[in-house]
Write a protein that binds this ligand. Structure first.
Ligand code: NAP
Ligand code: MG
Length: 490
C-alpha cells in the first residue's frame, strides 16, 4: 500500500510495502550506569541524560553522565587491570578474548543492528549489512595479530602503551568502538571509551557483551557523557594514549591539550571528499557511486563523497541521471528494510545542515532537492544538490555532514586534481574512469588517505584509514593500526 514514506515519486512507478525489522529481540534497559571495573555503576554525581530515537523523538533510555570523578575511577580501574591480569596475560590468551568478542558480536548481530538504527537513525540495511559485520570483522582481524606482533614489527619488541582513552562520534557508534578497541586490546592495552552523547547504546551493549565474554574487570571501561567527559579523559594524567574520532574543531582542542605531554595520539577528523567522474566512466555505475557516497547514511560519513567533480562533456547527463535517481530514494523509517536514507542523527545536526542549505543559496548556488516525502516527526533532510558553486563557496570548502552534494565541473585531468585538493581536508576521494592509468595517476595526485576507484565507501579491516592535512593524524586499520597502540623497543 502506498504510504507517504514509501511512495516512489516516479510517474507510473511502483510502491514497496513496508518491511520493518522487528525490535522484539532488542533489549534496552530503562537506565544505564557507567561500565567501570567490570560492573555497571552509578555516576558519582548522580546525573543522567536521555538518549532518543531521532526518527520519532521518543526517549529510548536514561544514560549516566560521567564526570571527571567517574573518569578518574575508570582510569584507575584500567590501570589496575593493566598492571594485573591483562598485563600479565600471554598474548595468545589475550587473542582468544578478542576472538570471543568478535564471535559474540556476530551472534548478537540482529540486536546490535536494531539498537544502532533506533538510537542513531541510520537505515537498518546499513547497520545490519555494514556496521555490525564490519565491527565483528575488526575484532577478528586484530585478534589474529595479538600473538604475532613480532611479525608486524620484525626485529623490534612491541610493548603496549598502557591505558588508552578513546573518544568516538555518533555516525558509526559500534563500528568506531570496534576500530578503537580491537587493536588496543590485541596489543595489550586497557581502555576507557567514551561514546557520543546521542548514540551511547551500542557501546553500552558492547560493555554487556564484554562482561559476558569474561574479560578481566577494568580491561574495558565505558564512560558515557558529553564533551566535558571526553575532555576529562584527554587531560587525565593516568592516560597514556588518546584515540579520537570526531570533528576537526574538537580535534584541534585535543591536540592543543596534548601538546607537550608524553601521551601518544591519533586523530581521525573531518573530510570533504571529491568524487571525480571522467567522461569515459561507466556513467550509470558512477551515478550509483555518487548516491552511495553522499546520500546513504544521510551523509553522516567522514569520508562521504560530498563534492562531485564531473567532466564537462558529461556533466548534463550525469546531473540529470542523478536527479532522476534522487527521486527514487526512500527517506523514512530507519527500521524499514526499503529505506535508503534514515533520520538525521540529532536536532542540532539537522539545524547545522539546514543552515548550510541557507548559506549555499545565499552564496548564489542553485539548490535542487528531491521531492520525496519525509515523515512528520523526527529529523529529516531530503537529498540535496548544489550546482553553480565556486571553489571558494562554504558549501564546497566546509564539511556539512548531511545528504548535501556540491557539484563542480572540470575540463582536464589537472583541473580535476587542482579542485579536488583545494580544501583544508584530505580524508578520501573517488575516481571513475575506464582507464587504469588515469586511476593510478589520480591516486598519486589527490592528497587523501584513501581513494576509491570505480566504487566508493568500501571498508576492510586490513586496510589503513586516516587523513592528510586537517583530516587527521595517524592511521587506524590494518598493520598501521597496530603501530598506534605499541611502543617499539630494540
Ligand atoms: P565531535 O563533536 O567532535 O564529537 C566527537 C566526540 O568527541 C564525541 O564523543 C563528543 O562528545 C566528544 N567531545 C566533544 N567535545 C570534546 C572535547 N572538548 N574534548 C574531548 N571530547 C569531546 O564530532 P561529532 O559531531 O560527534 O562527529 C562528527 C565528526 O566526526 C565529523 O566531523 C566527521 O567527519 C568526524 N568523523 C571522522 C571520522 C574519521 O575516521 N576521520 C570518522 C567518523 C566521523 P559528545 O557527543 O558528548 O559531544
Ligand atoms: Mg540517540
Amino acid at each position: 500500500m502506498a504510504t507517504p514514506e514509501n511512495k516512489l515519486a516516479f510517474d507510473g512507478g511502483w510502491d514497496y510495502a513496508p518491511a520493518p525489522e522487528s525490535t522484539d529481540h532488542a533489549r534496552i534497559d530503562k537506565r544505564y550506569g557507567l561500565f567501570i571495573g567490570g560492573d555497571f555503576v552509578s555516576p558519582e554525581k548522580g546525573r543522567y541524560f536521555d538518549t532518543i530515537n531521532p526518527a520519532n523523538e521518543q526517549k529510548l533510555a536514561r544514560v549516566a553522565k560521567g564526570s571527571e570523578l567517574d573518569v578518574d575511577k575508570a582510569v584507575k580501574a584500567a590501570r589496575k587491570a593493566y598492571a594485573g591480569p591483562w598485563g600479565r596475560m600471554k598474548a595468545k590468551e589475550r587473542g582468544k578474548y578478542v576472538f570471543r568478542i568478535a564471535r559474540m558480536i556476530a551472534e548478537r548481530s540482529r540486536e546490535f543492528a536494531a539498537i544502532e538504527s533506533l538510537d542513531g537513525g541510520k537505515p537498518i540495511r546499513e547497520s545490519r549489512d555494514i556496521d555490525v559485520p564490519l565491527a565483528s570483522a575488526h575484532f577478528f582481524y586484530y585478534a589474529g595479530w595479538a600473538d604475532k606482533l613480532e611479525y608486524a614489527f620484525p626485529g623490534r619488541r612491541a610493548k603496549p602503551l598502557g591505558v588508552a582513552g578513546q573518544i568516538i562520534p555518533w555516525n558509526f557508534p559500534l563500528l568506531m568502538a570496534a576500530w578503537k578497541l580491537a587493536p588496543a586490546l590485541a596489543c595489550g592495552n586497557t581502555v576507557v571509551l567514551k561514546p557520543a552523547e546521542t548514540t551511547p547504546l551500542t557501546a553500552l551493549k558492547l560493555a554487556e557483551l564484554i562482561a559476558d565474554a569474561d574479560l578481566p574487570p577494568g580491561v574495558v571501561n565505558v564512560v558515557t557523557g558529553a564533551g566535558d567527559t571526553g575532555a576529562a579523559i584527554v587531560t587525565h594524567p593516568g592516560v597514556d594514549k588518546i584515540a579520537f574520532t570526531g570533528s576537526t574543531g574538537v580535534g584541534r582542542i585535543i591536540q592543543r591539550a596534548l601538546a607537550g605531554t608524553k601521551k601518544k595520539y591519533t586523530l581521525e577528523l573531518g573530510g570533504k571528499a571529491a568524487n571525480i567522474i571522467f567522461a569515459d566512466a561507466a556513467i550509470d555505475q558512477a551515478v550509483e557511486g555518487i548516491v552511495n557516497g553522499i546520500f546513504f547514511n544521510q551523509g553522516h560519513v567522514c569520508c562521504a563523497g560530498s563534492r562531485l567533480l564531473v567532466q564537462e562533456s558529461v556533466a548534463d547527463e550525469v546531473i540529470q541521471k542523478l536527479k532522476d535517481r534522487m527521486e527514487t530514494l526512500i527517506v523514512g523509517d530507519p527500521l524499514d528494510k526499503n529505506t535508503d536514507i534514515g533520520a538525521i542523527n540529532s536536532k542540532m545536526q539537522l539545524e547545522k545542515i539546514d543552515s548550510y542549505l541557507e548559506i549555499g543559496q545565499q552564496e548564489g548556488a542553485e539548490m535542487y532537492q528531491s521531492s520525496v516525502s519525509v515523515p512528520k516527526s523526527g529529523y529529516w533532510c531530503r537529498p540535496t544538490i548544489f550546482t553553480g558553486v565556486a571553489q571558494s563557496n562554504r558549501v564546497v570548502q566546509e564539511e556539512i555532514f548531511g545528504p548535501v552534494l556540491a557539484i563542480q565541473t572540470f575540463r582536464s585531468f589537472d583541473e580535476a586534481v587542482e579542485k579536488a585538493n583545494n580544501t583544508p581536508y584530505g580524508l578520501s576521494g573517488g575516481v571513475w574512469t575506464d582507464k587504469g592509468a588515469k586511476i593510478f595517476k589520480m591516486t598519486q595526485s589527490v592528497r587523501a588517505g584513501v581513494i576509491w576507484a570505480n566504487t566508493f565507501n568500501k571498508f576492510d579491516p586490513t586496510s589503513p584509514f586516516g587523513g592528510y592535512k586537517e583530516s587527521g593524524v595517524g592511521r587506524e586499520g590494518g598493520l598501521h593500526g597496530l603501530d598506534a597502540y605499541v611502543r617499539l623497543e630494540a
